[in-house]
Design a protein around this ligand. Structure first.
Ligand SMILES: [Zn+2]
Length: 436
């Protein structure tokens, strides 16, 4: 066997091992951050703080330096509505399966506590609204609220695809005085509430509840003022131009718990982005970058980009001259890639976008790169508002679970080819921006 062949063989083994470790490492991070211990990285049981601590420990292990004299954490406060106790709806009809929180229904994230011993659901369906007789009967329903005895609750179960139906539903809603409303929805998509309202909407999958169903409702909500949470910030000093900066960012928070039974783990959103960020930190810890690379794991993104808003407000504490920031690579939804990558704000910074697409074409990392205009839908946004150039990257593919109980690490298994492609594309792009 010729020495070159031996060398080629050794090289193949070597790169296979490295790449194997790479995707395994990322999957490991996702599995960890999505485990029950982290409570969906929200505000119940301090899931966010536990996740921030995990990330800071990972930084430490990778020799990423703390960005502040006090350490890795940048603390800020936010008002947030939480569901730490019971969130339960039961149906009294015998013989039907129990209603499952998270799968069959979710409560709107701004709900206040509700306790209803017994209520009858009255459906505003196409069928009911379509007939003058049943519509009139529904309109005249007694909607008065009481916690003792039985009361009536409206179940909106129509697509409003017809003008008459829409008009009639509006008339019913105008007269509706109940503080709880059921509404059917094909896809249950949860969020983080920043306020608490008297009216509570219960979103349910079609077919779960029917008109005439007797239900009991128990919702424990707790509004927390000025909850303290933490961004996690670290850096690897540049070898040649340490006063120039590349930012690699992603949010680690997710929606947390909806009661004791339901966790929203947020595997794709955005344990996957944190996995990619830590993997890039891992890479740069071993391959010293030319510029200083700053890694930020943001909190409070799902509550409305709160973490990145506060971070950018105090940016000068970390970077006294923000014009030294060459670029921000923000990653949110990094779990797929089989259908390529999107650069949000790519249509604004065309030179950098062309660089990205050229690197991809030359190396065949991902099937396609795409660009969009700017949008206030992830943590890159407040950087762009002070003139710091930034892309928000998300990967595209068949994975569709989003803000629900299905976005789990069991469902999100990274595909090696797509993951490696995305990693290598982002890494090569960052190196090119640093003039490497
Ligand atoms: Zn997200």
């Amino acid at each position: 066997m010729k020495i070159q062949t031996l060398f080629a063989l050794w090289l193949t083994c070597f790169t296979t091992t490295i790449y194997g470790q790479r995707v395994d490492y990322a999957q490991d991070i996702i599995d960890t951050l999505c485990s029950d211990y982290y409570d969906g990285r929200g505000y119940v049981n301090m899931g966010d703080i536990k996740a921030a601590t995990f990330i800071s420990n990972e930084f430490k292990a990778l020799h990423v330096q703390p960005a502040y004299k006090t350490g890795y954490f940048h603390s800020f406060g936010l008002d947030v509505n939480t569901f730490p106790g019971v969130v339960n709806i039961s149906r009294s009809e015998a013989g039907r399966r129990p209603v499952q929180a998270g799968h069959d229904f979710i409560v709107a994230s701004n709900c206040s506590s509700k306790s209803v011993e017994s209520a009858t659901l009255m459906a505003a369906s196409n069928e009911v609204l379509g007939s003058r007789k049943t519509f009139k009967k529904l309109k005249k329903t007694d909607w008065s609220t009481t916690n003792t005895g039985n009361r009536n609750i409206l179940l909106i179960d129509t697509l409003r695809d017809d003008k008459t139906i829409q008009k009639r539903l509006d008339k019913v809603l105008k007269r509706y005085s109940g503080d709880i409303k059921f509404q059917t929805q094909e896809k249950l998509t949860w969020s983080v509430g920043r306020t608490q309202t008297e009216q509570c909407v219960v979103h349910t999958k079609p077919g779960v509840f029917q008109s005439g169903d007797q239900v009991a409702i128990d919702i424990e909500a707790k509004f927390v003022e000025n909850y303290r949470t933490w961004n996690v910030v670290g850096l690897i000093a540049g070898s040649e131009r340490s006063d120039s900066f590349i930012f690699v960012t992603g949010h680690y928070d997710h929606l947390g718990r909806m009661g004791q039974q339901v966790i929203m783990p947020g595997a794709n959103d955005n344990a996957s982005g944190i996995a990619m960020m830590l993997d890039l930190a891992n890479y740069y810890a071993q391959n010293r970058p030319r510029y200083t690379v700053v890694f930020v794991a943001f909190a409070g993104e799902e509550a409305g980009l709160v973490g990145s808003y506060h971070f950018v407000k105090q940016l000068k504490k970390v970077i006294p001259d923000p014009t030294r920031i060459r670029f921000v690579l923000n990653m949110d939804l990094m779990g797929s890639g089989q259908d390529g990558i999107m650069a949000v704000n790519g249509a604004v910074h065309t030179k950098e976008y062309e660089l990205l697409s050229k690197i991809n074409e030359e190396n065949g990392y991902l099937p396609v790169t795409k660009k969009r205009g700017n949008s206030s839908n992830s943590d890159h946004y407040f950087f762009t508002q002070i003139g710091v150039p930034a892309f928000f990257f998300y990967l595209m593919g068949p994975y569709t679970h989003y803000h629900d109980v299905e976005d789990t690490s069991e469902n999100l298994r990274l595909e090696k080819k797509a993951y490696d492609g995305a990693f290598n594309l982002l890494r090569t792009f960052a190196d090119a921006l640093m003039g490497g």
